[in-house]
Design a binder for this molecule. Structure first.
Ligand code: SF4
Length: 358
C-alpha cells in the first residue's frame, strides 16, 4: 500500500478529518429532514453502527428550520447538504451544523458561494466542495485554458474544484474538504489522483450513485479501495440504494480489508463446496447478523469441512470447522469442544460473547 497523503486537518464538530487522522466513516440520513423525530432516530441508529459524521439533505427552508431541533438531539457531528439555494446554507449555519457540503456547480455563482463562506468562517465551520460529474459548471474550463470541448470529465472536475478552492482561499477561508465523485470508477480515481497533487486539503471519497447493495458495494469497494490503497482519502461515504446503516457496514469492511480501521468483527467464512457437510451458508449468515452490534475487533471463522476448516478456525478468535452432524469449536487457537449440529450457532455465540463482554 502507498504511504498516506497527509492533508491539512480540519475539524467537523469533534471529529478530525485529514492530517493523518484515522479515515472517518460517514453516511447520510434518508428520512425526510422535516420529520425531526424520524431523522433523529436514524442519526442515532447510524451512530450506533459507527457512523462518525452524518450528512443531512436540506432541500427547503422547513428542513433548515428542522435542523435546529435535530442538532440539539444529535450526538454526532452534522453536515448540511445544500444544492441550488445558498440561503439554505446560511440557515443551516444558523441552526448550528458542524459542516456544509456545497455543490458549487449549482449554487448560483461566486457571489453566493462568497456569502456562505463568510458566514461559515465566522463560525469556523468547514465547507466541502462537493463536485459531481453530472453537474459541472462549464465556464471553468475556458478560464483554466482548456478547450471548452474538453470531454475529459476528470479534468473538468479538477479544474472546477480548483476554481472553487481559489475562491474560498481568496476570502481567507481554508477549512476546506473536497470531493470529486463520478459513477465511473476510472474517472473518479483519475480526478482524485490529479487533485491530490494540486492542493493540500482533505479528501472525502466515494463513488456516487453506486447502486443497490449487490453491485454498489462492489463498485464502491473497487473505487474507494483503490484510492485508499493509493494513500488517498481522509473520509469515506459508500453510497447505496439501501438503508444508510448498510453504507456504514460496507465502509468499515472496506477500511478493515486494508487494515486502516479496526471496528467490530471480521467474519471469515468459506464459500462451501461439494465437501461441505452442513448448511454453512445459513450458519454464516446468521452469525453475521448477530455480529453486527459488536464493536470489539474480533475474528470469527465459519468453515465447512476439515480441509481448510481447522486451520482457519484455529487462526480466528472463535471458529468452527463443521463436519457431518458434528463440528469442532476453536477458541484462540485451541480446540475447545466437539458439538452437535443443532448447537453450532449457540455454541459459537456463547464463545463470541465470552470474548466481547470484557
Ligand atoms: S472449507 Fe471445506 S467446505 Fe469450505 S470451501 Fe473449503 S473445502 Fe469446501
Amino acid at each position: 500500500m502507498m504511504p498516506r497523503r497527509i492533508s491539512k486537518a480540519i475539524q467537523i464538530g469533534g471529529v478530525t478529518v485529514g492530517g493523518g487522522a484515522p479515515v472517518v466513516v460517514q453516511s447520510m440520513t434518508k428520512t425526510d429532514t422535516r420529520d425531526v423525530k424520524a431523522t433523529v432516530r436514524q442519526i442515532k441508529q447510524l451512530a450506533e453502527v459507527g457512523c462518525e459524521i452524518v450528512r443531512i439533505a436540506v432541500p427547503d427552508a422547513e428542513a433548515a428550520r428542522a435542523l435546529v431541533d435535530i442538532k440539539k438531539q444529535a450526538k454526532v457531528p452534522l453536515v448540511a447538504d445544500i444544492h441550488f439555494d445558498y440561503r439554505l446554507a446560511l440557515a443551516s449555519l444558523e441552526a448550528g451544523v458542524d459542516g456544509l457540503r456545497l455543490n458549487p456547480g449549482n449554487i448560483g455563482g461566486p457571489g453566493k458561494v462568497k456569502k456562505v463562506a463568510l458566514a461559515a468562517k465566522e463560525r469556523s465551520v468547514p465547507i466541502r466542495i462537493g463536485l459531481n460529474a453530472g453537474s459541472l459548471p462549464s465556464e471553468a474550463l475556458a478560464q483554466a485554458g482548456l478547450p471548452k470541448t474538453n470531454t475529459n470529465i476528470a479534468d473538468r472536475m479538477v479544474v472546477s474544484a480548483l476554481e472553487q478552492i481559489e475562491l474560498l482561499e481568496s476570502l481567507d477561508f481554508d477549512l476546506i474538504k473536497v470531493s470529486l465523485k463520478a459513477f465511473d470508477v476510472p474517472t473518479t480515481i483519475a480526478a482524485y489522483r490529479s487533485i491530490a497533487e494540486k492542493m493540500p486539503y482533505p479528501l472525502h471519497i466515494g463513488i456516487t450513485e453506486a447502486g443497490t447493495p449487490r453491485t454498489g458495494v462492489i463498485r464502491s469497494s473497487v473505487g474507494i479501495g483503490t484510492l485508499l490503497w493509493l494513500g488517498l482519502g481522509d473520509t469515506i461515504r459508500v453510497s447505496l440504494t439501501a438503508s444508510p446503516m448498510e453504507e456504514v457496514f460496507a465502509a468499515y469492511e472496506i477500511l478493515k480489508s486494508l487494515d486502516l480501521r479496526r471496528r467490530g468483527p471480521v467474519l471469515v467464512s468459506c464459500p462451501t463446496c461439494g465437501r461441505a457437510e452442513a448448511d454453512v451458508v445459513k450458519l454464516a449468515q446468521e452469525v453475521e447478523k448477530r455480529l453486527q452490534k459488536i464493536t470489539k475487533p474480533i475474528k470469527v471463522a465459519v468453515m465447512g469441512c476439515v480441509v481448510n476448516g481447522p486451520g482457519e478456525a484455529k487462526d480466528a478468535d472463535v471458529g468452527i470447522a463443521c463436519g457431518k452432524g458434528k463440528g469442532v469449536i476453536f477458541k484462540k487457537g485451541k480446540k475447545l469442544a466437539t458439538i452437535e449440529e443443532k448447537d453450532f450457532l449457540s455454541a459459537l455465540l456463547k464463545e463470541i460473547e465470552s470474548i466481547t463482554k470484557n
